[in-house]
Ligand binder design. Sequence first.
Ligand code: HXC
Length: 262
Amino acid sequence: MSDPLILTDVRGDGPLKVAVITLNRPKQLNALNDALMDELGAALKRFDADEGIGCIVITGSEKAFAAGADIAAMAKWNYMDVYKSDYITRNWETLKTVRKPVIAAVAGYALGGGCELAMMCDFVIAADSARFGQPEIKLGIIPGAGGTQRLPRAVGKAKAMDMVLTGRMMDAAEAERAGLVSRVVPADKLMEEALAAADAICGYSLPSLIAAKESVNRAFEAPLNEGMLFERRAFHALFATEDQKEGMDAFLNKRKPAFRHR
Ligand code: HXC
């Protein structure tokens, strides 16, 4: 039997656990083919629906988070193939429908679709070995899963144009300076740090986590006044939760809150 294209694991000791999804085509540097993306999409949907899961971490191998969409598969396709069947792109938006926080833990190459996948996560924790790039131009194509749209929003037009037009890679330090990643950690501490962040998230109230994620995402999709209105509505709505009473009572009584996610 062939190896699974992704590995999944559930970690943590609290009531809400962390789901870890590991991309698992190490020999191909985790090149993303449709079968892998189908498995990833199904796992994301499963964990998002699972009431015992509070946060999802997506990671790859030491050498590659993912070196992009599978060039061997793409090489054979023509326009009608990709247009009619939506090859490659069809499952990517599944990640954007996940309501729980998703962290990318990136070591090694995050190129092309790999960089795009990392950018679709809520934030990226990078190993000092991480390298980001959109090298599609070298193949006679352009990014197809948000590279031309999310990269400029993350790092600004100048760097995005530089990366997309020259195909050069950014190392982890440059990616942190540019705002593409939230933090850089030593490679041998990557999973420890990512899991610690995920564990902290799992200790909070799920309704407030979902509202926080929706509200931050609004900042990229709405004008400021609409985003502010959205935030205010979400802020007010959280006063209808038991967890708001619990969080504030716990603070005032100097105890740890026991959120019940409602
Ligand atoms: C298929 C890939 C691959 C890819 C690496 N491999 N990247 N196979 N698709 N994207 C395979 C190689 O063919 C090789 O297989 C094995 O993985 C190891 O790779 P090497 O090239 O030997 O490793 P190395 O010399 O260390 O170079 C690493 C690398 C290089 C710099 C990351 O592999 C590389 O440039 N890869 C392509 C990166 C790229 O162009 N990505 C964008 C793809 S387009 P064998 O069988 O020889 O051992 C894209 C569009 C997104 O992502 C669209 C989204 C909708």
